[in-house]
Design a binder for this molecule. Structure first.
Ligand code: SAM
Ligand code: SF4
Length: 328
């Protein structure tokens, strides 16, 4: 059985983008009220007194957009400085990164994933639901700054949507030829925008790999991440290409993670709401960390069964929360 030691922590469910596939314009998003968000203090109690003691040692800060949380640098510093933290990473849209990359690095963050679905400012703006050209430029500057500051590995996440950005797959893959970046193609999932999913469909990783292989050649990389990506390399390239195939391949049996939402729900499976527990309400009701450790420990033992149920039911059921709400 996989050791579950990796926690994805959503710092906030809000975002300064409205990506078509995640938080489409016009969709009703029930944002978490401020007083329902885990406070910094509560989050740190949960990490130190519940998650670390039951075996979590690797953390990823995400959202919504994690850089919108005013205390994000302090939280990075506090989590990175814990002796049990073996790995701390972040997933961000990069819009605020140029001005924050150095502080995040100084705080102890070393690994960062930045979402970049297009190299074309117009397409980018279409995807993120914004008309201003400067947004792409600002994200690109954020990526460059993160690179200069020393983030390593620096990963770029791409969700490929047919008819929207699929014509750019080769250009995005080519970024890895002379940059030590890791471009990761994530299969589009029906979470967040079912309409777009049924209108446009999705592209399987195998098809993208074939397209890239036909253009540049492709070989399996000896570099292995600790996540679900299958890693490849264009021959001679200094960066790598990752493919995350949660739609076309089931990797439930390799799943080593749980997710904590910004309002304190612990969720054992991205695609399944079974078993989730409300840690914030318990904490605020005065439940002792020892009791919470018991509940989380139990959930850890239930996780394989929950994953199995997910595998049996397939991945296209409807979800009550978007990636931005769950903590993607
Ligand atoms: N705002 C940050 C960002 O965009 O990187 C972090 C949160 S976002 C929810 C995390 C990741 O989830 C992003 O890489 C995004 O592309 C991905 N994502 C969101 N909705 C998705 C969907 N329906 N299918 C596949 N990936 C999705
Ligand atoms: Fe925001 Fe990230 Fe969702 Fe885009 S994918 S809307 S940047 S949370």
């Amino acid at each position: 059985m996989n050791q579950v030691d990796y926690l994805r922590i959503s710092l906030i469910d809000r975002c300064n983008f409205r990506c078509q596939y995640c938080m489409p314009e016009g969709a009703e998003l029930n944002y978490i009220l401020r007083q329902q968000l885990l406070t910094d203090e509560e989050l740190l109690i949960l990490i130190k007194e519940v998650f670390i003691p039951v075996g979590f040692t690797r953390f990823r800060l995400t959202g919504g957009e994690p850089l919108l949380r005013p205390s994000v640098v302090e939280l990075v510093r506090a989590i990175a400085s814990l002796p049990q933290t073996q790995d701390l990473a972040m997933t961000t849209n990069g819009f605020l990164l140029a001005g924050m990359a150095q502080d995040l690095y100084n705080g102890g963050l070393r690994r960062i994933n930045i979402s970049l679905d297009s190299l074309n400012p117009d397409t980018f703006n279409q995807i993120i639901g914004n008309r201003s050209r400067s947004r792409w430029r600002q994200v690109w500057e954020g990526i460059q700054t993160a690179h200069q500051v020393g983030f390593d590995p620096l990963k770029l996440n791409v969700v490929v949507i047919p008819g929207v950005n699929d014509s750019e797959v080769l250009d995005l893959a080519a970024l890895t030829i002379d940059r030590q970046w890791h471009v990761r193609f994530i299969e589009f999932m029906p979470i967040g925008n079912d309409q777009l999913f049924s209108d446009q469909g999705w592209i399987a990783s195998a098809q993208l790999r074939q397209q890239i292989s036909d253009a540049f050649g492709l070989r399996e990389s000896h570099v292995r991440g600790n996540g679900p990506a299958d890693v490849f390399q264009i021959p001679g390239a200094i960066g790598t290409l990752g493919f995350i195939s949660q739609m076309s391949e089931c990797f439930c049996d390799r799943c080593n993670r749980m997710r904590l939402s910004a309002d304190g729900w612990l969720r054992p499976c991205l695609l399944n709401e079974t078993g989730q527990i409300d840690l914030k309400t318990s904490l605020r009701a005065g439940v002792e960390p020892a009791q919470l450790r018991k509940q989380v420990g139990q959930l850890l033992t239930l996780k394989p069964e929950i994953n199995f149920k997910q595998r049996e039911s397939g991945t296209t059921s409807s979800y009550t929360r978007t990636m931005s709400q769950i903590g993607g």
